[in-house]
Design a protein around this ligand. Structure first.
Ligand SMILES: NCc1ccc(-c2ccco2)nc1
Length: 331
């Protein structure tokens, strides 16, 4: 059975993250989760999360679900690239998103969450859509929702159609031709260690010359911004008057009144252009004349990340066939 679900920006001012409604258990409990191709744990705020760490989030209560089963002796603990993290124990239960149901999905209930999750009331947990090899459950790693659902889908794919300051969609099991223009360019995926890792064929700043390059990076719906090699972002921000790489603000900032160039990245023989508006990410604080860039250096990360700022400029196909591939199309 195929499915389709909304990807809703959690903040109307800037696209910090997107959440998608899911139901867990019997009777169904509805939570809004962050679908994250950059990780592979499905975890939720729960009745096991200390009240001091819950601030408005909806919670999953396994004790109120007749289909919940404790996965005895199993625990999990995860740390994300942004320094946030969570840990807890594991149940299996019915899990449905957009009409696609997996019975006996591993649902990781949080017994601890870091303050950044506590402070983000609109995110009630994450659904990892990376490869199951990255799952942190111990002693036996668990399968992602997509890996469990794959065999029931018409095609072993899901697509991401994220949008700038608007609601987009995740589709499961099919490719909606009305969501993109032209052709989809498919690229090979390196599945080790478990991210959707692909190689971009280069970049251009605004209407400038295209620079052929091999930029190895991950497609990560769970990361807000896009992080690329220093030489790439230096050439981009070098075109913006007043742009500086600020230690104080932790990245490239620029005068909000600046006119930004677009950014184009290569996908095989094709390319995707990120409009300037997507790179004018947000004011440092409400009303500030200083703005934070959506394109930042990956130097300190050790990995290039094509986050939401890039993904929302395209229609992206995550093809879970063997071997997996990733497809990019304009829209
Ligand atoms: N890339 C995974 C991920 C997703 C969300 C978050 C997060 C922190 C605070 C609110 O949300 N952290 C990491």
């Amino acid at each position: 059975e195929n499915g389709s679900a909304a990807a809703i920006p959690i903040d109307p001012r800037f696209d910090i993250a997107y959440v998608t409604p899911v139901t867990i258990g019997t009777p169904p409990q509805t939570l809004y989760l962050d679908f994250d191709t950059g990780s592979s744990d499905l975890w939720v705020f729960s009745s096991h999360t200390p009240e001091s760490q819950v601030r408005g989030q909806r919670i999953y209560s396994p004790e109120k679900s007749s289909t919940a089963k404790l996965l005895a002796g199993h625990t999990w603990s995860i740390l994300y690239g942004d320094g946030s993290g969570s840990l807890g124990n594991v149940y299996t239960d019915n899990f449905t998103v957009g009409g696609v149901t997996v019975t006996s999905q591993a649902v990781q209930t949080a017994q601890q969450v870091s303050y950044s999750f506590t402070s983000q009331s609109e995110i009630h947990g994450l659904v990892g859509l990376g490869f199951s090899t990255l799952n942190t459950v111990f002693p036996n790693g668990q399968l992602t929702f997509f890996d469990n659902a794959k065999s029931t889908l018409d095609s072993p794919v899901f697509t991401a159609d994220l949008k700038w300051k608007k609601e987009g969609t995740y589709d499961f099991g099919f490719i909606d031709e009305t969501k993109y223009t032209g052709e989809i360019t498919y690229l090979p995926v390196q599945t080790d260690p478990g991210y959707w890792t692909f190689t971009s064929s280069g970049y251009a700043v605004g209407d400038g010359a295209f620079h052929p390059a091999s930029i190895v990076g991950i497609a990560d719906t769970g990361t807000s911004l896009t992080y690329l090699p220093a030489e790439v972002v230096t050439s981009y921000w070098g075109q913006v008057d007043g742009a500086v790489d600020s230690d104080y603000y932790g990245g490239y900032v620029f005068p909000c009144s600046s006119k930004l160039p677009s950014f184009t990245f290569g996908v095989g023989p094709a390319n995707i252009t990120i409009p300037a508006s997507y790179i004018n990410y947000a004011q440092i604080t409400e009303g500030s004349p200083v703005c934070f860039g959506g394109l930042q250096s990956s130097s300190w990360l050790g990995v290039n990340i094509w986050g939401d700022v890039a993904l929302k400029a395209a229609f992206v196909v995550f093809n879970g066939a063997n071997p997996p591939t990733i497809g990019w199309a304009k829209k």
